[in-house]
Structures are given as structure tokens and as C-alpha cells.
Design a protein. Structure first.
Length: 281
């Protein structure tokens, strides 16, 4: 594995975890449905034949209304539970995750969903004497655009200011005319759409299958812990660090590779408990 592999893995972590970071940092809700939402994106890629150019475009387009619908459902379920604390909201999203996972398993037979890049991106490109899959390089470019777009929205737009205001003090924000329930739904929809889109885009890299939802939920939580809740810059730094550790671990210590990421978490918590970046809150 080379730099491109580490970057691809790291940015894959980021695209998946960025939605959870937004939801947790802005709404103070730990959405345990995030892994199943990724499966929904993988299911779309399989169902709409994303291994063809037209199917790929269709699957990416379908990810947006699908993410909005699932995010709206999560928001509708968690909003009435805000008075009962974070645990009730987390358990509600866990219930939605279990239902969604069972629905996808019933629709697919509980098997792995094969995924291949569309023909224009199925080639191999030579860079500096190394051969890299064109799709993986394309994914790096798209993920970098997503990261830049998220930073721009949350930092330089009115929407980002509104989200931060509600995260800081929902009652004060409401007194200025902002509707916290609307922000709650919008953030959930945006964060969930990112996870569905990640499932479509990353299907050729990490296909949907049994146990992938739990694995990705754990990865996302690790990224959130490393980067700091609500901190997109911290999440990006944590994702790239995790991707580098994973890539090196597979080559140097393949049998211990799954544990190296946990070691990184422990070291980061000891050195910088607040996370690698600065929280939005």
C-alpha cells in the first residue's frame, strides 16, 4: 500500500464519519443507525447497477432523497425524546438501525453485495512508477471536495452559523426566530445523506455485507472520539491518521493491523483527550 491507499482509506473513514460528527456535535445525539445507513447506500449501488455509468449516476442521485428520507425519519423519532436524555435517543436510533438492517437483509438474502467501478473508472493509472486503480484516485478527489464543501458550509455560510447557534444555546437561538426543530431535521438529513452517499461511492472499495454496519459504526465512533465531537477538521485529521495506520499495519503487521487503530485511539486520548481539533460547540 502507498500514499494513495492510505489517503483513500482515510477519506473513506471521513466521508462515513463526517455525518455522525455533524449529528453528534450539533444535536448532541449519538446516532447508532449510521452503519445501517451506509448499508442502504451499498444496497442502492447494487440495486441500480452502479457498475455501469448510467447506474452509477442514478445511484448517486438516489442517495440524496434516500438520505433525506431516512434522516427525516431519525429526526422525527428522536425529537420527541429530547426531554428523556441522550440514552433514549441513542436507543431509538439503535432500534431504527436494527429494523433497517433486517429490511436490507430480507431484500438481499443477507449476502454480500458485489460492486465494481463503472467502466471509465475501472482502469489502472501509473503514477510515479506505481499502479493505482483509477476509481480509488477518483474517490480521493470526490472525498476531498466533500471535505472542503462541508468546511465551507459550516464555517462561511449562514446555515453553518445557524447550526452552531442552536448547538450553543437552542433556547436563545429560538428567541431570534430560528426553529430548533427545523435545524434538528436538517442536520439529521444532511448527516444521513453523507452516509448513504458514502455507501454508494465506497461500494467498490468496501462492499455492503453482513457485519459491515457494525464495523463502520465502530470506525465512525473512533473518528469522532479522535477528532472531537462536531469538529470536521479534527475528524479529517483523525481519518487520515487512522487511514495511514491501517494502510501501514496491513503491510507491516497484518495480524495486528485491527488492533493498531485501537492503540492510536488510546494514545490520542492520553495526549489530547479533547480531540485533534476544536469542537463546534
Amino acid at each position: 500500500m502507498g500514499i494513495a491507499d492510505a489517503a483513500a482509506i482515510g477519506l473513506l473513514y471521513f466521508v462515513i464519519a463526517s455525518g455522525l460528527t455533524l449529528i453528534l456535535g450539533s444535536l448532541r445525539i449519538l446516532s447508532l443507525a449510521h452503519g445501517s445507513v451506509y448499508l442502504a447506500g451499498g444496497y442502492l449501488a447494487w440495486l441500480l447497477h452502479a457498475d455501469t455509468p448510467s447506474g452509477f449516476v442514478l445511484a448517486c442521485g438516489a442517495a440524496i432523497p434516500t438520505g433525506i428520507a431516512i434522516g427525516g425519519l431519525c429526526a422525527a423519532v428522536t425529537w420527541p425524546l429530547r426531554a428523556y436524555g441522550h440514552l433514549a435517543q441513542a436507543l431509538a436510533t439503535l432500534g431504527l438501525s436494527l429494523i433497517g438492517g433486517q429490511l436490507i437483509a430480507a431484500a438481499t438474502g443477507g449476502t454480500w453485495l458485489p460492486a465494481k467501478p463503472p467502466p471509465p473508472l475501472a482502469a489502472v493509472i501509473n503514477l510515479a512508477g506505481h499502479r493505482y486503480p483509477a476509481y480509488r484516485l477518483g474517490f480521493i478527489a470526490v472525498a476531498a471536495v466533500i471535505a472542503a464543501g462541508l468546511w465551507w458550509v459550516m464555517t462561511l455560510t449562514r446555515a453553518g452559523i445557524v447550526v452552531r447557534a442552536v448547538a450553543d444555546d437552542a433556547q436563545m437561538a429560538a428567541s431570534t426566530g430560528i426553529r430548533p426543530s427545523f435545524v434538528h431535521t436538517g442536520v439529521f438529513a444532511a448527516g444521513t445523506t453523507l452516509a448513504v452517499l458514502a455507501g454508494v461511492l465506497a461500494a467498490p472499495i468496501l462492499p455492503a455485507g453482513p457485519g459491515v454496519d457494525e464495523q463502520l459504526l465502530v470506525w465512525s465512533l473512533i473518528i469522532v472520539v479522535l477528532g472531537g465531537p462536531g469538529d470536521l477538521r479534527g475528524a479529517l485529521a483523525a481519518s487520515l491518521a487512522a487511514g495511514t495506520v491501517s494502510a501501514i499495519g496491513v503491510v507491516v503487521l497484518p495480524t495486528l493491523a485491527p488492533f493498531l487503530l485501537l492503540v492510536l485511539v488510546l494514545v490520542a486520548l492520553v495526549v489530547r483527550p479533547a480531540g485533534l481539533g476544536r469542537s463546534l460547540a
